[in-house]
Design a protein around this ligand. Sequence first.
Ligand code: HEM
Length: 462
Amino acid sequence: AVASSSLRRRKNQPPGSLGLPVVGHTLALLRALRSNAAEDWLRRRAAAYGPVSTISLFGRPTAFLAGASCNKLLFSSDKLAAMSSASFLRMVGRRNIREVAGDDHRRVRAMMARFLRLDAVKNYVSAMDDEVRRHLRAEWGGRAAVAVMPSMKSLTFDVMCTVLFGLERRGDHAAVRRELSSEFQQLVRGIWAVPVNLPFTTFGKCLAASRRGRRAVARIVEERRRASGGSAGDLVTHMLAEGMDEEEIIDNVVFLMVAAHDTTAVLLTFLLRHLDGNRAAYERVAAEQEAIAAQRRRRGGSGSALTWDDLAGMRYTWAAAMETLRMVPPTFANMRKAVADVEVGGYVIPKGWQVITAATMTHLDPAIFPDPGRFEPARFEAAAAKSAPPPFSYVPFGGGARACPGNEFARAETLVAMHYIVTGFRWRLAAGCDGGFSRHPLPCPNQGLLLDIEPKEYNELC
Ligand code: HEM
């Protein structure tokens, strides 16, 4: 009876194939990601096998699910546990927020939420404003061209260090910030690397960077422990006060450092790229930001920082950011592991399988977003709310109990940065930069997205 039930289960497995032994479809998908053809690759599989199909990734059988109802299943089913790639896990550690479940997950998430929810983010606006201005003065002021992606990465890394981890720009902390920044740039390249740890492999180099980064984080934990008794104004001090041990703190700090800065840097970079190619949208963003700059000057001269109310007025700019997240979601795929057999679309995904969805399967579906290749921020303006996309079809920040808790943080940071970029500079894709990109798995624009920039006449930054 057991044999026949397992046979029935196998018969009911999603259609498709496990590809070549060991490598399965991993190399094909990684190649498609590098050449920015992964959407087409997945779309072809969905066309051939339907919304639920079998592939093999990272040496394990995987169900690839496509469509809004499949997104809902992935984000809401209690039979699917969050999981990361094997290389990510080795670099970030087993006790980070994504790897824990149940009460442990709720505990860690509540602790982070204290620093990421709306009322906390409101208090960060002035510090974000200060970081953005300093950064643009140092990296954009007096230049004729800028590689946007590296510049936005260092900006979002600096904002995170100041606002969440209380690392100052001066003194001992300056060196720690530089060290962490360079180690994390290396670490993120290995998120989907094949986990072969040799000195010359991508994974080997990234693992070494992660070890050095973890040692630097351990020094911060130690410093905060010695200063204990102070107010929990930063996340590490708060984690210590909550009784977390060192390993759990380091795993979660490393996770946050990865989650919080590259994603927003991708959003900012691709927002500038899309605005360059869409002058009507650019003009509306510029008009909105110039009006807010004028209000700010009336309020207290050019030195006065943006306020939360100013950000609330940046509606069109945020609609343009949402449209960018639709077309180029920083997180390409969401992964889970089946902790029990899962039934979907008449098939059974066996316990132990990986499950994967890709946001672009709905984001670029013409039945949900007509003319999906057109950059059209108006889709996300309040007036379009009546025709809002169906639930679970727009998922750049995920959904359900694991939805991104940093979305308000990302929104505030994006709007502050856009304000000073748009009011400070004009930009154009530099000659010779084609504006294309590949994925590693985060989107990486060719040449870092090289822009020719020119300061505006009234520029408070230069
Ligand atoms: C545009 C920027 C961002 C995007 C597109 C983004 C996207 C996502 C997505 C899709 C997930 C869910 C993954 C899943 O369900 O498998 C996620 C989780 C997460 N994100 Fe973000 N994120 C962004 C910015 C941030 C920021 C700024 C922070 C922190 C300051 C942050 C912290 C986190 C954390 C802690 C989780 C794990 C949540 C959990 O497992 O409970 N993210 N993010």
